[in-house]
Design a binder for this molecule. Structure first.
Ligand code: FAD
Length: 445
């Protein structure tokens, strides 16, 4: 039976939740505090460059993405094939991450002992208790793999610390291989064979965005939702009523039978505290470190490196402040004017959040100091865009899944109230779309 829903927060989670609910025939109102929908997704245009303030792309690994694009009538762009290459910094130079067994044997990223250590992986037993990503990887794959492969990956995706993140929550797919197959290698092999058998393109999928950037997704969703989307509405009170729920923003109010909070953890805590005083403590235990992104435009002739890849990651063990650098103009068209290139560096994160608070000039100076010698950059950038995230990405730290279970347990006493955001079941844009789709499916009609 068709029902009425209030969705609060119009990031990709709220937009997709509202859209998929509407598609199933429910009546929906989506409330967003800012003047524009999209949340973390924002595409900027500066002097002919296309700069992503937030996500630059997402992995096309979840089926709901295709359903979304079809329903909206938009077509994503796949990342350039040559951009599959990802570099990692070791001993002062950039080395491609191995993409096959031959590359793996030859790569200087791991020592001979580190490579031999991997052969022991299939013989290592399963974890007996919850482990951090660091302990999980060290136990299964050894210290070198942790330092030079997983640690930079965790910086790149979460801007996080592998010592603090929960393997079960933050690297769920990899963790599941141990649980299901008893070994990551056996599991990965089984998946590759299974995909081949099914004629699939491979387990990972490709990175996608749009000609005019990631904001195409959220702008189109906003347009299609039409009057159902109300921007400039900061919900400050949520009340249970005889018929369901009422959200208030100053003098204005909206009512519906059910409500979905598609909000960051802290905003959920604020709205729910009067209803369930025990909840804020659980939400507040989900850390969001500060991150800054620094986008730099150069003439191609100023950069000696061919920028033939997706970008490079910098392991924390190197002591370099910058976390990693994307090569957006090598991955998608229209990111830089003809003859120019765009680089986007990230700095800050769980281990150095204070760096994200430095002034624009200082943060740019530090990024350039780090990356100039690695990419052979000469001269000054033609364009600089510094974007700060005081609370960037929720960290799925040890105990995260138990916290989610406790939150859901407490929320059972508030029928018709749901949560749908990146602090649960995946932080990527693709995860947020899939989780919104799955939620709408569960609502019937
Ligand atoms: C710098 C950065 C880079 C990233 N890179 C990638 C990437 O390359 N690939 C990828 O897949 N993912 C990436 N991510 C992650 C991804 O972008 C996010 O996880 C995702 O966009 C979160 O969407 P959301 O809707 O759950 O939350 P949000 O985008 O945070 O949306 C929440 C919305 O709620 C609104 N709101 C808050 N309080 C209220 C209130 N009281 N009333 C009404 N509205 C309210 C906010 O204004 C906001 O619009 C990145 C994230 C960041 C920060």
């Amino acid at each position: 039976m068709s029902r009425s829903f209030l969705v609060i927060g119009a990031g990709i989670s709220g937009l997709c939740t509202a859209w998929f609910l509407k598609q199933r025939g429910h009546s929906v109102t989506l409330l967003e505090t800012r003047d524009q929908a999209g949340g973390n997704i924002r595409t900027l245009h500066q002097d002919g460059y296309l700069i992503e303030r937030g996500p630059n792309s997402t992995l096309n690994s979840r089926p709901a993405l295709a359903t979304l694009f079809e329903s909206l009538g938009i077509s994503p762009l796949e990342a350039n094939k040559s951009s599959k290459k990802r570099y990692v910094l070791r001993d002062g130079s950039l080395h491609p991450l191995p993409m096959g067994p031959g590359d793996f044997i030859r790569t200087p990223l791991f020592s001979g002992a580190g490579k031999w250590r991997l052969l022991a992986e299939p013989f290592i037993g399963r974890a007996k208790e919850e482990e951090s990503v660091a302990r999980f990887v060290e136990r299964r794959l050894g210290q070198e793999f942790l330092n030079w492969a997983i640690n930079p990956f965790v910086s790149g995706v979460y801007a996080g610390d592998p010592e603090q993140l929960s393997a079960r929550a933050a690297t769920a797919k990899v963790y599941a291989l141990e649980k299901e197959y008893g070994s990551l290698m056996r599991g990965a092999l089984a998946k590759i064979l299974f995909h081949r058998h099914k004629g699939g393109a491979g387990p990972a999928g490709s990175m996608i965005s749009f000609d005019a950037g990631m904001q195409v997704m959220t702008d189109t969703l906003g347009d299609r939702l039409g009057d159902a989307l109300c921007t400039g509405v900061s919900v400050d009170i949520l009340e249970q009523t005889a018929d369901g729920w009422c959200a208030r923003a100053g003098e204005q109010q909206w009512s519906a039978e059910e409500v979905v909070l598609a909000l960051p953890a802290k905003a959920c805590a604020q709205l729910l505290e009067p209803l369930l005083p025990a909840l804020p403590e659980l939400f507040d235990a989900i850390p969001y470190p500060a991150v800054a992104s620094v986008s730099l435009g150069f003439r191609k002739s100023q950069v000696a490196h061919p920028l033939d890849g997706f970008g490079f990651l910098i392991p924390r063990i190197t002591g370099v402040e910058t976390l990693g650098v994307l090569f957006p103009s090598s991955v998608f068209p229209n990111r830089a004017p003809e003859g120019h290139c765009l680089l986007t560096a990230f700095i800050g994160g769980t281990l150095n959040p204070e760096l994200a608070d430095l002034g624009d000039d200082e943060v740019t100076r530090r990024v350039l100091r780090d990356i100039r010698p690695l990419l052979g950059i000469e001269g000054e950038p033609a364009v600089i865009s510094v974007n700060r995230w005081r609370e960037a990405i929720p960290q799925y730290t040890l105990g995260h899944l138990e916290r989610l279970a406790s939150i859901d347990g407490l929320l059972k006493s508030l029928p018709g109230l749901h949560t749908r955001a990146n602090w649960r079941e995946g932080i990527s844009v693709a995860d947020c779309v899939q989780n919104a789709f799955d939620f709408a499916q569960r609502q019937g009609v």
